[in-house]
Design a binder for this molecule. Structure first.
Ligand code: PMV
Length: 313
């Protein structure tokens, strides 16, 4: 059984766990699923669990651990060979864990003959990677933080497709990687964390309105404010403060401000790495890519738009 899930980018971020084992978040988050980047995963019975990624056998402790969680949740099942192809180029600077754990959850449950709702799949995939909970849905998805394991899952916002686009700018000089789990652990020690939580709760509501009003400028402004707030937590952490930003990240942020002064709709969002994703319209995206390419010729650039939910074949 084969499942394909697309990756998503959070416009309102998940950045903090209130339960590490269950991956219960401190905030509700809201994302846009992307058309270009996806993972295809198939599973079949085998002698022991094994994982083949892009034609190579890899030791993925997280995948093995996740299969064991699925066994606890769904009832024991035989060992599986998991074969995944990631169409999330490392050059895009996007995390592949969202699409990977969503596709794996879909493939395993279908292999077991289970026809679960996307909300139930979302709850399961959350245990592999929080952001995977949002990758079952096309277009915009909301992951409700919930109060416990049963109530923390994503659902579709049921919004119209907008001419929104994302210019993904890969900054090549990446510093040493701090995983999202480690980054979150440090961020929650910031004295500003509680303020970010209450602001994020309001932004989660405002973002839903902005999307339903089809106001891409408002969507971008809210997303940028939310993301920069998240990164400010990293800088102000009491325990091992850090930043994912490099000089090029900063330079792109100031170029985005310049573009806005010129009347171009452009806002930044940044995840657990130095790459910048610029929120704009489909119409303005090529212009933004040209400006960035001119200013920093070494940047790798991709343009993505709204993508579909999980599919099976
Ligand atoms: O799903 P994780 O554990 O890789 O965490 C994702 C964290 C961010 O990408 C920074 C934000 C988000 O909501 O996707």
């Amino acid at each position: 059984m084969k499942a394909t899930a697309h990756t998503n980018i959070a416009l309102i971020k998940y950045w903090g766990k209130r339960n590490t084992e269950l991956n219960l978040p401190t905030t509700s988050s809201l994302s846009l699923t992307l058309d270009k980047f996806y993972t295809t995963t198939s599973v079949q019975p085998a002698n022991h669990d094994c994982f083949i990624l892009n034609n190579q056998v890899v030791d993925a402790t997280r995948v093995h651990h996740f299969l064991d969680i699925l066994r606890q949740q769904l009832g024991n099942f035989t060992p599986l060979q998991v074969v995944s192809e990631n169409h999330v180029p490392t050059s895009a600077g996007l995390a592949s864990s969202a699409s990977a754990f969503a596709a794996l959850t879909g493939a395993v449950t279908h292999e077991l003959g289970m026809d679960l709702s996307k909300e139930e799949l979302s709850r399961l995939a959350r245990r592999g990677s929080g952001s995977a909970s949002r990758s079952f849905f096309g277009n915009f998805a909301m992951w409700h933080k919930g109060i416990d394991d049963a109530s923390s899952f994503a659902e579709s916002l049921n919004a119209p497709e907008l001419p929104i686009a994302l210019v993904v700018a890969e900054v090549c000089d990446a510093p040493k990687k701090i995983t999202s789990t480690e980054g979150m652990k440090r961020a929650v020690t910031s004295p500003n964390y509680d303020h970010w939580l209450s602001k994020s709760a309001n932004q989660f509501i405002d973002m839903q309105h902005a999307i339903l009003d089809q106001d891409i400028d408002k969507i971008g402004a809210l997303a940028e404010d939310n993301a920069l707030g998240m990164h400010a937590l990293n800088l102000t952490a009491t325990k091992s403060p850090f930043t994912y930003f490099t000089d090029k990240t900063q330079l792109i942020l100031s170029l985005i401000q310049d573009m806005r002064h010129q009347g171009i709709l452009a806002y930044a969002t940044i995840d657990a790495g130095p790459n910048v994703k610029i929120i704009t319209t489909a119409q303005e995206a090529p212009k933004i890519a040209t400006i960035l390419n001119h200013a920093i010729p070494s940047l790798k650039l991709e343009i993505a738009q709204s993508g579909p939910g999980i599919s099976y074949d």
